[in-house]
Ligand binder design. Structure first.
Ligand SMILES: Nc1ncnc2c1ncn2[C@@H]1O[C@H](COP(=O)(O)OP(=O)(O)OP(=O)(O)O)[C@@H](O)[C@H]1O
Ligand SMILES: CC(C)(CO)[C@@H](O)C(=O)[O-]
Ligand code: BAL
Length: 279
């Protein structure tokens, strides 16, 4: 496994690696856990070459404290990646990715106006800026994203359509801790007590999945919010039931198509997200 920090080094290494066949790309912000490693495993199964990027992208943080606190540990990340099928790690500095300020404004319409987009203004524009740069630099055949960031997946798929990019976006399932809590780099910022209580989020989402027969959509939304907020460590920012494809709000269970319940919860200073398919 090789580590490169500049685009020049990356181009040189990729020129050699590309001869082996297709490139699978896994973009991350580091502080790696089993969720990230599962994306690398999917990529390695489907491509002879796997590239992982580690970059805490400043343009997608709407909250400067969140950016400052975001966990970083390149040494530990490299140790973990050594145990996987990753061939090349790209860990650039901010100036390498943004030699000029990126002033591009993307329009994802409804996809960026709800849930994460509504509560983190500018977030998806920053994600689109950095992901489009990575796609241009790495030119992957396939790119792997986790379903934990459900809305991000929809935005990245639209980005690829908007820019006509020849990259296949592969969605990978959510990896959870034994307690059910979705793995996340931000979990490291939770105290042991907060972490224990945060497992209630998936517990309630799983129960909600079994209640769609007896509660209306609105009734279920209120039930989820009330039951999570009963826990003194947790405070729900939103819980919404949306169409899995277009993220339009779902009003009744009779509507066609797959429905996903998406949630953001504050636990102490940490903001956690999760989601579950409800039908
Ligand atoms: N538990 C998980 N299961 C599957 N994929 C995951 C999981 N956690 C993160 N990913 C995916 O890994 C990629 C990189 O995510 P990122 O580096 O932001 O990690 P993260 O754990 O989501 O961190 P945070 O949520 O604290 O930002 C994204 O595609 C994300 O969806
Ligand atoms: C895709 C991504 C690496 C872009 O910075 C980030 O949003 C993430 O880790 O999900
Ligand atoms: N996993 C999404 C990256 C972020 O929270 O900014």
């Amino acid at each position: 496994m090789m580590l490169v920090k500049t685009k020049k080094e990356l181009f040189e290494k990729l020129q050699m690696l590309r001869e082996k066949g297709s490139i699978g790309f896994v973009p991350t912000m580091g502080a790696l856990h089993r969720g990230h490693l599962s994306l690398v495993d999917f990529a390695a199964r489907e491509n002879p070459v796997v590239v992982v990027s580690i970059f805490v992208n400043p343009t997608q943080f709407n909250d400067p404290d969140d950016l400052k606190r975001y966990p970083r540990d390149l040494e530990a990340d490299l140790e973990l990646l050594k145990t996987t099928g990753c061939n090349l790690v790209f860990a650039p500095e901010a100036a390498e990715m943004y030699p000029e300020p990126d002033t591009r404004k993307f329009d994802f319409g409804h996809l960026e106006q709800v849930m994460e987009g509504k509560h983190r203004p500018g977030h998806f524009n920053g994600v689109a800026q950095v992901v489009s740069k990575f796609f241009e630099i790495v030119q992957p055949d396939r790119a792997y994203f986790g379903q934990k960031d459900f809305q991000q997946l929809a935005v990245v798929k639209m980005l690829v359509r908007l820019l006509n990019l020849p990259v296949e976006i592969v969605a990978c399932p959510i990896i959870r801790e034994k307690s059910g809590l979705a793995m996340s780099s931000r979990n490291e910022l939770l105290s042991p007590e907060e972490r224990e209580n945060a497992s209630l989020i998936f517990d309630i989402l799983s129960q909600a999945k079994n209640l769609t027969g007896e509660k209306s959509v609105e009734g279920l939304v209120n039930w989820v919010i009330e039951n999570i907020n009963k826990n003194p460590f947790l405070n729900v920012e939103y819980f919404e039931v949306v169409d899995s494809e277009n993220l339009q709000p779902v009003k009744t269970w009779e509507e066609k198509g797959e429905k996903t319940g998406c949630i953001a919860v504050h636990c102490g200073k940490v903001r956690l997200i999760d989601n579950i398919v409800l039908n």
